[in-house]
Design a binder for this molecule. Sequence first.
Ligand SMILES: [Zn+2]
Ligand SMILES: [Zn+2]
Length: 109
Amino acid sequence: MGEIELGLVAACPNHANRPGTVRCDACLRKVCEECLIHEGSNKYCSAKCVEGAKATRARVEDLNSRPPPASGNGIPVGTIVVLGLLIAGAWYAWQHKQAIIQLVQRYLG
Ligand SMILES: [Zn+2]
Ligand SMILES: [Zn+2]
């Protein structure tokens, strides 16, 4: 995408003759120091990325401010499924314990 390689270092997308030294926090493109936009502790390559990062942050904060989805009587469905699989596995092992013991004994010689 128009990236010119200076040896192993990708050139700044805005300055073909300068190496990109700092990675944009939004699009992960490397740009030169001059093109860099500082926003608090973050660094961006363009105003577009600053806006994009702000929008993403707003969306994350919005998600975090929402109450978690209600789930039955407090036990997540995933936990029930995992427990069920564990019990089924234990039951299966119990049913086949003789075969498993024989297998282990044969394996151990
Ligand atoms: Zn960027
Ligand atoms: Zn530049």
